[in-house]
Design a protein around this ligand. Structure first.
Ligand SMILES: Nc1ncnc2c1ncn2[C@@H]1O[C@H](COP(=O)(O)OP(=O)(O)OP(=O)(O)O)[C@@H](O)[C@H]1O
Ligand SMILES: [Mg+2]
Length: 216
């Protein structure tokens, strides 16, 4: 998902995750309707369906949203253990595996305030991955990363996608988008103004607004 600052990218992601309710429109996740428009306004699914949909979604927030009073390991284990009832040992093992994969094994017992921006970002990614969601939503997952770490995240995303996870990423990084995307949505002033394959998006920039944005 691409588009200028203020276009509504984060808002759309929040609507999909039921963190913000929308007034109109249709949101369908993995075959289930979260909301549909009836008589001009959005009608939401029953609470059980909403819960089922939320369990399919993972979210990496733009500002990471780590729990400040919990260690890195506790941050990652929290939802699997307390929401999904995964046994503690199993959750710990999976969390350590993810930290290893993200080059953070030595930070398992650190607290968020002791981490750099890039490290916090990777913990947020590990925390979302720990739930093995059907669809992973990431709001600018590489904004705090140096080129080397960005390459690492790109590889992780490609591996997750290969294993069948749906991944929805907001980014301002065109090279990153070219590397990992298959489809591109372009938003401007609250509207999706283009939806296409990556190839089509970057090859035929017929829309003046998009051409200007990509060229910058
Ligand atoms: N809770 C809210 N209530 C009212 N307006 C909001 C709210 N959250 C965001 N907005 C407004 O909606 C617009 C879109 O914001 P949004 O955060 O979705 O942009 P964005 O595309 O993610 O931008 P950026 O690239 O800077 O993160 C902005 O004008 C913002 O001020
Ligand atoms: Mg945003």
């Amino acid at each position: 998902m691409l588009g200028p600052s203020g276009a509504g990218k984060t808002t759309l992601l929040r609507c999909i995750n039921y963190l913000t309710k929308c007034d109109r429109g249709t949101i369908k996740v993995d075959g289930l309707y979260l909301c549909k428009t009836e008589n001009g306004s959005a009608v939401y699914a029953k609470p059980a369906t909403v819960m089922e949909i939320r369990k399919k979604l993972g979210m990496v927030f733009q500002n990471f949203n780590l729990f400040p009073h919990m260690s890195v390991l506790q941050n990652i284990m929290e939802a699997p253990v307390n929401v999904f009832g995964v046994p503690k040992e199993e959750a710990r093992e999976k969390a350590m595996e993810l930290l290893e994969m993200l080059g953070l094994s030595d930070k398992a017992h650190s607290y968020p305030f002791q981490l750099s921006g890039g490290q916090k970002q990777r913990v947020a990614i590990a925390r979302a991955c720990a739930l093995n969601p059907r669809v992973m939503c990431m709001d600018e997952p590489t904004s705090a990363l140096d080129p080397e770490l960005r390459e690492g995240i790109a590889t992780i995303i490609e591996n997750l996608a290969r294993e069948g996870m749906g991944i929805l990423i907001i980014t301002h990084d065109m090279n990153f988008a070219k590397r990992v995307a298959t489809r591109i949505l372009f938003l401007d002033e609250g509207q999706i103004i283009k939806e296409s394959s990556k190839e089509e998006f970057f090859e035929c920039l017929e829309n003046e607004r998009i051409r200007r944005f990509v060229a910058m």
